[in-house]
Design a protein around this ligand. Structure first.
Ligand code: BGC
Length: 729
């Protein structure tokens, strides 16, 4: 039951006023929005970050509505507002939920200061196909890690409870299964078996709902033939009844309207009816909303007024919980101070350092010994492109304060070594239009100071000459930030343009070479893994990215990130992930392609450090337990190096027999622990019924089997240290 204020409002509102509350407009259509505002016909807006504009809109909303109902303001605060953090897949690679929570706390503080109340984040879609550009926005392939990252983001954005000061509502998205797009093509249909749906795709949403998320965004695509936004089973049976979600559900941009263009609804009016009856509460509309027809639908008996009231109640309740009826205006001067807070930049720098994954480091090639270097060649378009350093899904960034990798290295070597820079190879221009450019996301910029297109052969020669003269070449390669993200799928995972050739020619000079990758998906780097001794994946590292990368390359920070996805050798292995079942003939498990191994280039969970770790003395406290009981698994983690470091010890489980066949390895626990040089830490994991429970297609229900379980603990999904235990009836 909601509050007396909400019930009172509901009792006074006309159907048209109620429907107005269920409509959210993009602010691009300024005139249309302001016209609706003037007659109380808007419940929410999105895509404004200017506090002055937001104050004005709130004033219009209060004046335009008989009931003085303030606007709920939403925005894509995905990895920061002004302070830009590493992209979400990078944050997930830190496996550091405390850090992720802190980053989203900063993002929430900045958002709330300008008058935004709700972030369309976290994106919790499991992604197992790197052709899908939106894998950059999520936490990768695994439901446990994905769930933990989702919950941490919800806690960071919302605080302990919805309505906390300096926080915003979190909106996990896109419900559900969007990451399973056919062929990795964004928006394509997803056909997901029930066992995959419950065991994999739903789990991060469950974690986000359990963490108290106030909102859920419905996805665009067909899930098993029914568009998510008009899917009653999904939005009501699963979300409300199975997950127990009590907040409000928003459509994706125009996705209620699109039930019509999808050839699911008969017309626009039918689209609105089917969306609300499926369980949608708020329509996010660019223009001409389907919910514009709801008043008539109520009159015609197609939608009950009780159903409308239910949604309005949810929207008014969240406005009340946020305190918007009392205080909806923001102080523009305070907002400017909050956006400039240096403490926020510190968290961004820490996040960039903790997210990087050291993929390869032969013979201690990294860290570089600063004292032994007098000339450093930095090469690559991405090394000095501020816009690319930030990654996609940012709008309110400040390019002038963005620290590129070249900036970071120049600052670090100032007065100690000469740092040269060459673009080396141009990155290909986009071949299709991007709506996101117009929306303020911006185009991937050229490197600083580059105004003319490069003369490719001459630039390649220049880069090679720089490398030949230097003590070390730091080659920064990857994808432009606008080659990945929404509507940016790729059919190939190769390094775009002539970047591989550039790398090959630099390596051929004989100068020690370090490859730094900027990416949000695994790329085809097989050649590099055979020919370049050190490879550091820094993703799109954000506002302070270049400073953090310099810290890492020079050993002032020690890499500890781990891959949140399995890294394929080539696109032909896609989709690929670690939690696969054994097959009837395990002897052929790893050689099933005629022309390629079945093993990945890097396993899930892989990531090196300047420290080295050994896992040993695995033990289980009880060899046999009952179905409802838990075992405790303990392991020693020893730092066998002379450098202090952080290891993420990972526990994988395999059930040998049961109601279904179960994955050979499935992540069931992890511990991120600091281990001093030469020291040993004992870590423990609880493996109980919650870790062994799964949904089986044999019984079409959740089961906890009596069985024998193999347990593996180590630094990646390829862990070899093993023990076992039995669960009896
Ligand atoms: C995306 C959402 C986003 C929304 C609003 C859509 O195209 O799928 O993730 O929140 O736009 O910008």
């Amino acid at each position: 039951m909601s509050s007396p204020r909400v019930e009172n409002l509901l009792a006074q509102m006309t159907t048209a006023e109620k429907v107005g509350q269920l409509t959210q407009y993009f602010y691009f259509q300024v005139d249309e929005v302001e016209e609706h505002l003037a007659r109380g016909g808007v419940g929410s807006v999105l895509f404004v970050t200017d506090p002055a504009v937001l104050n004005r809109l709130q004033k219009q909303a209060l004046e335009g509505s008989r009931h003085q109902i303030p606007l709920l303001v939403g925005f894509d605060v995905i990895h920061g507002l002004r302070t830009i953090f590493p992209v979400p897949i990078a944050l997930a690679a830190s496996w550091d939920t405390d850090l992720i929570e802190r980053a989203q706390t900063v993002a929430a503080r900045e958002a709330r200061a300008v008058g935004i109340h709700w972030a369309f984040a976290p994106m919790v879609d499991i992604a197992r196909d790197p052709r899908w550009g939106r894998m950059i926005e999520g936490a990768g392939e695994d439901p446990l890690l994905g769930g933990d990252v989702a919950a941490a983001q919800v806690r960071g954005l919302q605080g302990a409870q919805l309505g906390d000061s300096d926080r915003v509502v979190a909106g996990p998205k896109h419900f559900a299964g969007y990451g399973a797009a056919l062929g990795g093509r964004d928006y394509d249909e997803a056909d997901i078996s029930d066992q995959e749906f419950y065991n994999v795709y739903l789990e991060p949403f469950r974690a986000a709902v359990d963490a108290g998320a106030g909102n859920i965004m419905a996805a665009y695509m067909d899930l098993n033939g029914v568009p998510a936004t008009g899917n009653r089973w999904l939005l009501t049976d699963i979300l409300r009844e199975h997950l127990g979600f009590e907040g409000f559900v928003v459509s994706d941009a125009n996705s209620a309207r699109d039930l019509w263009t999808h050839h699911f609804a008969r017309d626009l009016a039918d689209a609105g009816v089917r969306a609300i009856n499926a369980g949608l509460d708020l329509e996010m509309a660019i223009h001409d909303p389907a919910f514009g027809h709801l008043e008539a639908a109520v009159e015609n008996g197609l939608v009950t007024i009780e159903r409308i009231d239910e949604s309005v109640r949810r929207l008014l309740t969240v406005k009340e919980q946020l305190g918007l009826f009392e205080n909806v205006f923001v102080d523009e001067a305070v907002a400017a101070q909050v956006l400039a807070d240096p403490a926020h930049r510190e968290v961004a720098r820490e996040a960039a350092a903790r997210s990087a994954v050291l993929l390869r480091n032969e013979d201690g090639a990294l860290p570089l010994d600063a004292d032994a270097l007098s000339k450093v060649a930095v090469i690559g378009h991405l090394a000095d492109s501020p816009r690319d350093t930030l990654g996609p899904w940012v709008f309110d960034y400040d390019l002038d304060e963005t620290v590129t990798i070249l900036d970071g290295l120049r600052a670090r070597f100032e007065g100690r070594a000469e740092v040269t820079y060459a673009v080396g190879a141009a990155l290909p221009e986009r071949t299709y239009e991007s709506m996101f450019e117009e929306m303020g996301q911006g185009t991937s910029g050229p490197p600083r100071g580059l105004t003319e297109p490069i003369d490719a052969p001459a630039e390649l020669d220049r880069a090679v000459a720089h490398a030949s003269e230097a003590d070390v070449a730091i080659v920064v390669l990857g994808e432009r930030q606008d080659m990945i993200g929404e509507g940016a799928s790729r059919a190939s995972l190769e390094l775009p343009g002539d970047q591989l050739r550039l790398l090959q020619e630099v390596v051929a000079t004989g100068t020690p070479t370090v490859l730094v990758l900027m990416n949000g998906r695994p790329l085809d780097i097989v050649w590099a893994t055979e020919n370049v001794p050190a490879i550091l994946d820094v993703w799109y590292p954000g506002t302070q990215g270049g400073a953090a990368v310099a810290d890492l390359l020079l050993g002032d920070a020690v890499p500890a990130g781990k891959l949140p996805f399995t890294w394929p050798r080539s696109v032909g292995q896609v989709p690929i992930h670690h939690a696969v079942t054994r097959s009837h003939d395990p002897s052929k498990q790893w050689r099933r392609y005629w022309d390629e191994e079945s093993t990945p280039l890097f396993p899930f969970g892989h990531g090196l450090s300047y420290a080295t770790f050994e896992h040993s003395r695995i033990a289980v406290d009880r060899a046999s337990v009952g179905r409802d009981e838990s075992v405790t698994v303990s392991v020693d983690v020893t730092n066998t190096s002379s450098v202090d470091g952080v290891e993420v010890a990972q526990l994988y489980l395999h059930q040998r027999h049961g109601t279904s066949s179960r994955p050979m390895r499935q992540l069931k626990g992890y511990r991120r622990i600091a281990v001093a040089a030469g020291a040993t830490e004992r870590v423990t994991f609880e493996v109980g019924p919650a870790q062994r429970r799964y949904w089986s297609a044999a019984t079409r229900d959740w089961v906890v089997d009596a069985s024998t379980f193999d347990v593996y603990v180590g630094g990646s999904a390829a862990a070899e240290l093993a023990t076992e235990f039995t669960v009896t009836d």
